[in-house]
Design a protein around this ligand. Structure first.
Ligand code: NBP
Length: 504
């Protein structure tokens, strides 16, 4: 029996993200047609949930396509990779038309999205949208990073603005409601059209890269507080609670506070964090961000360091062996408790500013590389609510780019320059202390090296370039000649006078 085309939106992939986003859509009055490869999952979902807009359970992709009003809009929340192509092809075979829209909301590589936009053109409009905020975000308001065909965006915009997280217009603070069926009314939606050709998935990737370093910096603050001051989880929870009441106020600091307060469900006496194995996993978006930074020659060194820190953590068994063989300094607990807690806070904040500076600099280069035209204030704006990196200081980043969208680096904004100025003494002290006491704090150290590198008028790369010319005739520029004029010296020619040759 043919279905009546009454559903507003289709959604394929009913794992954690798909179910929650479907409910979010339906809470906002949209009638959502849902399909899942494993039919039982769909049946159970539709039987259990009764959101206001309604769910239309579909056992086949054909049924889903037939149930949608035109232009059809189908959201994919399937595993990133080949599944996205498989489902898109199924949708086309099932009757999607050239103006119908397939929105990939998974964590797809932006170059795959660029390829898919081209590959499926004429058969459907393939659109990419980053979604951040995990399952709770998907359910009650994520940060949404859409990119693709601008005409398709006109059809998606009202839906995206309805389901996105909201922030207060004046303060930029998230407005949250976690009541099913009672979404937030009013506020500024955390979504903005980012551009064509994978722009949405690119920004989502950089968001995730920033998330990696943000988390690593917090983890390093934890190891310093523990190793230098002997702090235990309840006290750590108090420290993070206090930190959340200032510039560091953020979702990641809040969940860290809560994690430290969590008792272990097995050993009633202890805290869960002490029983979690110190081996971190990763799904790849941090690595993609770092590879992209390397490809484009942007020194997002702290983001890469955060990825390597997870790689180091994963070498658990090797580290256990090495810990018995490799010596280091003895760790004595420091007595200057309050002073040190404050210094670690400053180090965390300064490092965090550098991390965001790297992420935004990367997006600036990505913009050039792919011909996008990013509004960086708007990007910071949509990170203020819903997403994992939501933080009070994103309002300040938004203000910095509102003052100057052409800002070359966040560190050059007067506000952030001033913040670093205030915290850098403590930052240096903490990094030095980590080094002298043998505590691994790679992200704090890398962020400080980034800061010092960026503010150096002269770096020792003159020697690097001379070495490159010596062994490989790679040429060098001179301080007393115009940029772009290259020279080569025959460094070792035996018996011949040394002549510097100007290269075209
Ligand atoms: P998963 O990434 O675990 O994907 C599982 C879903 O994809 C299931 O519903 C599965 O159906 C379906 N699927 C697969 Br796999 N292959 C399929 C195919 N060939 N045809 C149809 N359906 C297929 O789910 P998730 O964790 O909800 O994430 C969904 C997307 O959102 C991913 O790209 C993820 O990276 C992204 N994301 C996740 C989070 C998060 O916090 N989890 C946050 C932000 C973004 P089945 O039931 O038959 O196996």
């Amino acid at each position: 029996m043919a279905r009546e085309a009454t559903a507003d939106v289709g959604l394929i992939g009913l794992a954690v993200m798909g179910q929650n986003l479907a409910l979010n859509l339906a809470d906002h009055g949209y009638r959502v047609a849902v399909f899942n490869r494993t039919t039982e999952v769909m049946k159970h979902f539709v039987a259990t949930e009764k959101p206001p807009g309604g769910l239309v359970g579909c056992e086949t992709v054909q049924e889903l396509v037939a149930s949608l009003a035109r232009p059809r809009k189908v959201i994919l929340l399937v595993k990133a990779g080949p599944a996205v192509d498989e489902v898109t092809k199924e949708l086309i075979e099932a009757g999607m038309e050239p103006d119908d829209i397939v929105v990939d909301c998974g964590n797809s590589l932006w170059t795959d999205t660029i390829r898919r936009e081209k590959e499926y053109a004429g058969r459907c409009k393939f659109f990419g949208s980053g979604v951040s905020g995990g399952e709770v975000g998907a359910r009650f308001g994520p940060s949404l990073m859409p990119g693709g065909d601008p005409d398709s965006w006109k059809h998606l915009e009202p839906i995206w603005k309805a389901i996105a997280a909201k922030v207060d217009e004046k303060t930029g603070r998230p407005i949250e409601s976690y009541a099913p069926g009672k979404p937030v009314v009013g506020g500024v939606p955390c979504t903005t059209y980012l551009g064509p050709n994978g722009a949405g998935h690119y920004v989502k990737m950089v968001h995730n890269g920033i998330e990696y370093i943000d988390m690593q910096l917090i983890a390093e603050a934890y190891t310093l507080l523990t190793n230098l001051l002997g702090m235990k989880p309840p006290e750590l929870s108090e420290v993070f609670d206090r930190w959340n009441d200032g510039d560091l106020d953020s979702y990641l600091i809040q969940i860290t506070r809560d994690i430290f307060a969590q008792h272990d469900p097995v050993h009633q006496e202890g805290y869960l964090v002490d029983y979690v194995l110190d081996a971190a996993g990763q799904k790849g978006t941090g690595k993609w961000t770092s590879v992209n930074a390397l490809d484009m020659g942007i020194p997002a060194s702290s983001i890469a360091e955060a990825v390597f820190a997870r790689c180091m953590s994963a070498l658990k068994e090797e580290r256990v062996v090495a810990s018995k063989h490799l010596d280091g300094p003895r760790r004595a607990h420091d007595e200057r408790r309050d002073e040190l807690v404050a210094a670690i806070r400053d180090a965390l904040y300064c490092s965090k500013i550098c991390a965001y500076a790297q992420g935004f600099e990367l997006m600036r280069e990505g913009e050039k590389e792919y011909g996008w035209s990013f509004d960086f204030a708007a990007i910071a704006g949509i990170f203020r609510g819903g997403c994992i990196i939501r933080a009070r200081f994103l309002q300040k980043i938004m203000e910095a780019y509102s003052r100057d969208n052409g800002l070359v680096n966040l560190l050059l904004d007067p506000y952030f320059g001033d913040q670093i100025q205030k915290g850098q003494r403590s930052w240096r002290k903490v990094v030095a202390l980590a080094a002298t006491t043998g505590i691994a704090a790679p992200a704090f150290m890398s962020a400080l090296a980034y800061y010092d590198g960026y503010r150096s008028e002269r770096l020792p790369a003159n020697l690097l370039q001379a070495q490159r010319d010596y062994f490989g005739a790679h040429t060098y520029e001179r301080t007393d000649a115009p940029r772009g004029t290259f020279f080569h010296l025959d460094w070792t020619a035996p018996g011949r006078p040394q002549v510097e040759i100007r290269r075209p």
